[in-house]
Structures are given as structure tokens and as C-alpha cells.
Design a protein around this ligand. Sequence first.
Ligand code: FES
Length: 238
Amino acid sequence: MDRRDFVESCALGAGALAATLAGPGWAATVVPRSYARTVLVDEYDRPILASRLKPKINYVFHYPFEATPVFLLELGKAAAPVALQTKDRQDYQWPGGVGPGRSIVAFSAICAHQLVYPTREVSFISFRKGPAVNPKTPSKGEDLIHCCADHSQYDPSRGAQVLGGPAEQPLCAVLLEHDPRNDQLTATGTLGGELFEAFFRKYEMKLSLEVGFHARNRVAARSTVRELERFCRNPVRC
Ligand code: FES
């Protein structure tokens, strides 16, 4: 079986699995969008090894554009496929985690409510190990992605499904491939409700100052992964 046959048979298999999970008559109306095949690398430009990722640490990289941040997480437990919907009630099948333990996931870090995102100066949205710490914003569970702007909470073990707050759809998933021969991770596309156009419209001026004229450039062969605490000076907790 050549590579194309393999990819197509995986796609067919995913479709069959989706129908099985969601029940008879279910059909995905949102299909994956392909972007560059981008190898995830560390700050020394060495490929990240999936088995070396620290569990429940909030990593950040940029994909599919130079200005669009993504959370990368090793959940410490397997994440199974989940049937989800966008706010336009379009169905899709999040494929679950990748890597040796099927526990590595990635999601756009642009909040699905009002597009809050992590910058180098401050981040109001992040993954929290354990429950949320502020008693005024009761946590809907443990190990969630929490946006402090208006307290949307997303479950990264279930495709970033919304558990609480005003967000109307899951965070857009970033699709990863894990190569067991070398343990490397490659981002290949997105799945779910993309908000990139709205993001670029809302923050055009801000992004031109933060990132420069190449904010809308697509990430190419490599993207650097950093822990959120190294990427952002003030990760806000709430
Ligand atoms: S912008 Fe994230 S909850 Fe409002």
C-alpha cells in the first residue's frame, strides 16, 4: 500500500468509526482542511519527540499561520474520538489523541467566544492542570482549557468540547501525525470551526505590531514549540 492509499484508507476508516460512534445516519459535514506539513521543533530547531513531552504542561506553537497560536498538550491519558458540532451545527469527528499513548492533542488557542488568544505579553486563555483555582469561577472539571475573559471552559480530552461559559463551539482542532519510527510530530491541517478570518479582521492592527507584515503568512516546514510560561510573560490564572 503506497502513502496515498494509506491516507485514503485511514480517511475511510475514520468515517466508518465516526458513523459507529455517532449512530446510524450520522455523516460529517465538516471535513479536515489541509495546510502545510509542519514538523514541530524545539527552540534549538530539533524535532520535538512525542515521548519527551511533559504531561499536563501547556505548550504553544503557531499554525497554520505565523500569527495563529495553538495549544499542544500531552494529556497523560488516551483521548478517544468524539463527534462534535460547530456553532453552525455542522458535524465533524475529532479523531482523538496521537502518539504512543494516544494522548497528544492540539487545538487553536483562539477562544471561540470573542477570539482572546495568548500573546508574548499576556494570556487569558490556557490549559489548567487540576481544577480552576478561583472559587468565583467554578471549574467544570479538571485539566481543562479555561478562558479567563468570560470563563469559557473546554475539555481537551474530548476535542475541546465546550463545558461551560459563552463559547458556542469547540476550539478548532489542529490535526497531528505521529511517526513511530522517529517519534516526531507533524501538524497537517485543521478540523472544526476555524475562526482565522475573524481573528485577522479583529486584530489586524495589533498583529501588525506584534508579528509584523507576515502575520498572515502560512507556517511552512517547521514550527517552534515552547512552554506557555516561556512564550508569554504573564499567563493569567482565574
Ligand atoms: S473571549 Fe474567551 S470566554 Fe469570552
